[in-house]
Design a protein around this ligand. Structure first.
Ligand code: GLN
Ligand code: ZN
Length: 757
């Protein structure tokens, strides 16, 4: 019995990589300095895993930004526009990740998408007709060698050829089939190189296999791997899957020459069943993903042991592993000094999960597993009551009826009423909510938290910021204003802190994209609202202007999706509890004179099950009603906005329309505008603000660029329904670029209005 880790977090327990990369971007440190810091992190991570007795320690799971981007660069998939900047390799890489605007040119970043059903984002590789796929880098080999030098034989990890091709965007005439030969050669070469370097195992990550697969997909997969594996030499190849089960291709996979197959037993509903009914090849090793790589609750050893025993009936070689990369959980509980022990004892972060693997291995190897100390301690803990329920809340949820989920009057009636009462110009301009969270804002919050300024001082400071923010927006001529969200560290954590039932970590950072990390709160118990959470700020902001001030809330599905959820009650139940609390806040805003309320559902699409057949039953059937529950009680004149990051909801447009918001803003600038065609086809009723520029990059769009984006939108949308806004909140941006960009946006909207008359 051995243990394996699919991948380890890389930003550093104290986000060292984030801070040093950001210093590198600001030219405060050199690339050599950045490389040194990165090397130190890698060695820390390898050593930690080795000290925990992990047998299969990953390498090449490190990345300066994203491992899909690393794979693209490794395979020479670098679009010409980045090459022609003629920057050093690391800077070309960052230009692909973040865009580049400077002496060598002006290019946007590659598109970015959510990594399967997680809140991690990957960069979408772009393949055009001139792309020549070949092995063009040495990162995996260098990192393997680096670990060897430290005395650690690692298991290099690479995104597999199938998943790479499935995630890539083909921008020319050529498609997958035109590149299979080249990609096979590249991966064969990778295997040969590792063979020469003496690697014993190599892991190919193929999470795309847990999707619904077509016949062509399966053929492609077989074609790729029967060829790639013919060159494997003495290297053992592990096919690693995660985030679900591989029911569509189990037989094909087990029939290929893989030496190990990694399956997810946490999210893979049918994983066990597959093995039971179809068997498992005796010569292969099963890498059983048993320790949850996505959630932070302690592993239940009783359940795991039972599962392992069951698996042992069918497989003789089992390696215990994480269900997916530990990238999705924070580093360690060691840095949590404030969580009381009686709660902390229920959790397990990345490092503690290493320990769980070790303990599970010991339990399995023991003569009398159920008598081991580890087992008994774990069983004792998980048998007890956590004392986290609230009868009142549970009762309220039980009483929810169909009428609580329906807003009246119907959309068209409200739309007319609202258009009259607000009297906004055509193509109203607005923003998504947050304004730059400057160093000053963050410093003040830290000072307040540490007690070095009083609450009154902190509030005054926030009000000052709101005042400036409103003034800036008025000067720029925006139509619907926001207060700027300066009081919020994060759109979910803020609400979590105001609600009962939540717990917080101090250093529980998880990478979201590149240098951006989030600190998901933990849902500990039943959720309830004690008092208004945002009313004071919104009301203060509204008093400063005659223009409508948008109240700004985060919706129940997003709060849930960006938290670590409970595992003892259903997601639906938790979503409804949160919806009731946020709904009370909506009514408080309304009764205090806020006439437009935005309820962000940035993460709605994120937890859509990976298999279409599960979409409705397992998710949409409660997620959409939870959103409706939040706003069903408002007056017809109150305008409800929602915002979603990413425009990838082509396939759930009716569900989105069914949220019954009055306006929806969403990301559209990084992807093409196909979504708008689909809105039209589906007779989308909700008014829309497809983001006109990309806020994930510091680049400033020109007036012409925005204007032409708007023209494209108008080809597909009726002009009465079009709003003009950036594609997301501005909190990660600097003030200078934000101001310029918004000014350009307002000018573009004005030009359009002039043309329209
Ligand atoms: N209102 C939030 C903001 O502007 C929305 C953020 C998001 O969609 N991720 O920051
Ligand atoms: Zn957004």
């Amino acid at each position: 019995m051995r243990t394996s880790v699919v991948g380890y977090p890389r930003v550093g327990a104290l986000r060292e990589l984030k801070f040093s990369s950001e210093r590198y971007f600001k030219e405060e440190i050199s690339s050599d300095e950045l490389q040194t810091i990165a090397g130190n992190l890698r060695s820390t991570h390898w050593n930690t895993q080795q000290n925990h007795g992990i047998d299969f320690i990953p390498s090449n799971d490190f990345s300066f930004y994203d491992t899909v981007l690393d794979t693209a660069v490794l395979l020479n998939v670098i679009p010409a526009r980045y090459r022609s900047l003629a920057l050093p390799p690391l800077d070309t890489y960052f230009a692909m990740a973040r865009g580049y605007q400077g002496a060598n040119g002006d290019v946007k970043a590659l598109a970015m998408k959510k990594w399967f059903n997680t809140n991690y984002h990957y960069m979408v590789p772009e393949i055009d007709d001139n792309t020549e796929i070949r092995l063009a880098g040495s990162k995996p080999f260098d990192e393997f060698e680096e670990a060897l030098q430290l005395g650690i034989q690692t298991k290099p990890v690479l995104i597999g050829a199938f998943t790479f091709l499935k995630l890539a965007r083909f921008t020319g005439e050529k498609h997958t089939n035109d590149f299979t030969e080249a990609i096979i050669r590249a991966y064969q070469e990778i295997l040969t190189r590792f063979h020469e370097q003496g690697a014993k195992w190599l892991q190919f990550d193929e999470p795309s296999l847990v999707h619904d697969l077509t016949h062509e997909d399966i053929l492609l997969f077989k074609q790729l791997y029967s060829a790639i594996l013919s060159e494997k030499g003495t290297v053992n190849v592990l096919l690693q899957t995660y985030f679900g089960d591989i029911r569509d291709c189990y037989e094909e996979i087990t029939g290929l020459a893989f030496d190990g197959i990694g399956m997810d037993f946490v999210e893979g509903k049918e994983s066990l069943e597959l093995i039971k009914t179809k068997g498992f090849p005796s010569g292969k090793v099963l890498f059983a993903g048993i320790v949850n790589g996505k959630n932070i609750w302690k592993n239940n050893y009783r359940k795991s042991f039972r599962l392992i025993s069951e698996l042992h009936k069918h497989c003789s070689h089992i390696v215990l592993g994480t269900s997916c990369s530990l990238l999705h959980v924070p580093y360690t509980l060691l840095n949590e000094t404030k969580l009381p022990e009686k709660q902390k004892c229920y959790f397990s972060f990345a490092m503690e999960k290493l320990n769980e693997l070790k303990e599970l291995k010991e339990i399995c190897l023991s003569q009398s597993p159920l008598e081991t100390e580890e087992y008994k301690k774990n069983a004792g803990l998980l048998k007890g009551d956590r004392n986290c329920s609230n009868e009142k809340v549970q009762q309220r949820v039980r009483k929810i009826s169909e009428s609580d989920l329906t807003r009246l009057p119907e959309f068209a009636v409200r739309e007319e009423l609202q258009q009259k009462s607000f009297g906004l110009p055509c193509f109203p301009t607005t923003t998504i909510g947050s304004f730059p969270q400057t160093a000053e804002v963050k410093a003040n919050r830290t000072a307040f938290r540490k007690g070095s300024i009083t609450e009154a001082q902190y509030c005054d400071f926030i009000k000052e910021k709101i005042f400036e923010c409103v003034k800036v927006q008025e000067e720029m001529g925006l139509d619907v204003l926001v207060h700027g969200e300066f009081e919020r560290n994060d759109m979910v954590e803020y609400f979590g802190e105001c609600l009962n039932g939540y717990l917080f970590t101090e250093k529980g950072w998880v990478q979201s994209y590149g240098t951006r990390c989030v600190k998901p709160p933990v849902i500990w118990g039943d959720i309830s609202r004690e008092r208004p959470m945002t009313v004071e700020w919104s009301v203060y902001a509204q008093r400063l202007t005659h223009k409508p001030m948008k109240g700004m809330l985060t919706g129940p599905v997003t709060i849930l999706n960006w938290s670590f959820p409970r595992e003892d009650i259903s997601l639906k139940e938790t979503a409804f509890q949160i919806a009731l609390a946020i709904g009370d806040e909506v009514l408080d805003l309304e009764s205090n004179g806020i006439r437009i309320i935005q309820i962000d559902e940035a993460a709605l699409r994120e937890k859509l099950p990976l298999r279409k057949s599960d979409w409705d039953r397992e998710y949409l059937s409660w997620a959409i009603p939870a959103f409706r529950l939040v706003h069903s009680r408002v007056k017809p004149e109150t305008q409800i906005h929602t915002h979603m990051c990413y425009s990838e909801f082509t396939d759930i447009i009716p569900a989105i329309d069914n949220m019954d918001a009055d306006v929806i803003t969403f990301e559209a600038s990084r992807s093409d505008l196909m979504i708008l065609d689909s809105l039209k086809e589906n007779h989308f009723k909700t008014e829309v603000g497809p983001g006109v520029y990309d806020i994930h990059s510091p680049r400033v769009p020109s007036v012409e660029e925005i204007e032409s984006a708007l023209h494209e939108m108008l080809k597909r949308l009726p002009k009465e329904k079009l709003w003009v806004n950036p594609d997301c909140g501005l909190k990660t941006r600097q003030y200078t670029e934000t101001k310029l960009s918004l000014e350009h946006m307002v000018q573009a909207a004005r030009r359009l209005r002039n043309e329209a008359v």
